[in-house]
Design a protein around this ligand. Structure first.
Ligand SMILES: *Cc1c(COP(=O)(O)O)cnc(C)c1O
Length: 366
């Protein structure tokens, strides 16, 4: 009997995306294997950080890398690095660094629940722009002697109303300020693992528990050597701001295996699989009276296909259809468009068998 059955919990078929509230993603066997191997021996964690960081840096074409307990932890630790640099005394004082270089600039249109992590390190957020637009002048006016960093959320979903990243990097460079890119959910494309750092970002953050399919509580900061060293100063196992966001040896080994696997994947074949699944969903549901079509991009702007399923002539309401699928056992989790008119069915985490279950359950709703 599986752990979830013993706990009397329904499991979920994930036709939505890599959402934390339903478990992120599922680890492939090589990741589980690496975690299991890591669990059998003691090891010096600092040495493990060094070796794994170096390997991940190599796989991701970066100068350096550090594993965290998630992308949100990465935001807190990268922010801390900008407040402390390599000063261990300041690191001990966070979130009250004892100096006033604590401002972090963020676009108003890129604010999200995750900026709690930035404030947690002791930073004060300074907003620029509004929901629709931001001017160069607003950026220049926001930069001053108290500016510690600029945070930028990568992905088309967050770009509306924001200045382009290269402009932010250029302005930050003129003032000697680091740019932190939150690219937590921005895989695929795989190139994003190096594109933002090559564009000049100081640190770039990815979630380990989303498309990378590492342990759910893992994440990655990649970037410039000196900034990753400052992140390490603020991270576990040091008794610093990052200590409550501890990364275990198992998560570290698991994420290393996941990154190695991910960069070695046949990404064209993955893409073709998404297309094929999306095609199958559309064909099957259109024949039943739905109005299904390919939809790009993914929920946070990624470049893979999913199916947008309007209710067509079925007489169903999308919200009720979503609830109906969530009442199934296993639960079927889908997305829904902002206007509540269509379901979003994402092939990213579906197996061939699960895809058929999803289609059967949708047919059952009629
Ligand atoms: C998912 C996400 C995070 C948090 O990632 P975790 O690995 O779950 O901590 C942070 N920022 C953005 C933009 C995200 O999409």
């Amino acid at each position: 009997m599986s752990i979830y059955a013993r706990l009397k919990l329904k499991t979920i078929i994930n036709a939505a995306d890599s959402y934390t509230i339903i478990g992120g993603s599922l680890m492939p066997p090589e990741v589980v294997q690496a975690m299991s191997e890591a669990s059998r021996h003691f090891v010096r964690i600092e040495e493990l950080h060094n070796e794994i960081g170096a390997r991940i840096a190599q796989f991701t074409r970066n100068e350096a890398a550090m594993i965290t307990s998630g992308a949100a932890a990465g935001l807190a630790i990268a922010t801390a690095a900008c407040l402390t640099g390599m000063d261990a005394d300041i690191a001990k004082r966070l979130p009250l660094p004892g100096h006033d270089r604590t401002e972090v600039i963020i676009h108003r249109c890129q604010r999200s629940g995750f900026d709690t992590a930035v404030r947690q390190a002791g930073a004060v957020l300074v907003e620029i722009g509004n929901d629709d637009a931001t001017s160069d002048q607003e950026l220049e006016q926001a930069i001053n002697a108290r500016t510690a960093a600029i945070i930028y959320l990568a992905g088309t979903r967050y770009e509306r109303g924001a200045l382009p990243l290269d402009k932010m990097i250029a302005a930050a460079g003129r003032h000697g300020i680091p740019v932190i890119v939150d690219a937590a959910a921005q895989l695929p494309p795989v190139d994003n693992l190096w594109a933002f750092t090559q564009a000049g970002a100081a640190m770039v953050i990815f979630s380990g528990g989303k498309t990378l399919r590492g342990p759910q509580s893992s994440g990655l900061i990649v970037g410039r050597k000196e900034w990753i060293a400052a992140c390490r100063l603020n991270g576990s196992p040091n008794t610093a701001i990052g200590r409550p966001m501890k990364t275990g040896k198992e998560e570290m080994a698991g994420l290393l295996a996941a990154v190695e696997r991910y960069v070695g994947l046949d990404h064209a074949a993955e893409r073709a699989r998404h297309e094929r699944f999306t095609e199958r969903i559309c064909q099957h549901l259109n024949a039943l009276g739905f109005e299904a079509a390919r939809e790009y991009p993914g929920p946070t702007g990624q470049d893979y296909a999913q199916a947008k399923v309007g209710m067509g002539t079925t007489g169903l309401l999308a919200g009720e259809a979503k609830k109906g699928l969530e009442a199934a056992d296993p639960v079927i989790m889908t997305g829904i468009t902002g206007d509540g008119q269509a379901l979003l069915i994402n092939p990213l985490h579906l197996t061939e068998d699960e895809l058929e279950v999803v289609l059967t359950e949708i047919e059952r709703l009629l």
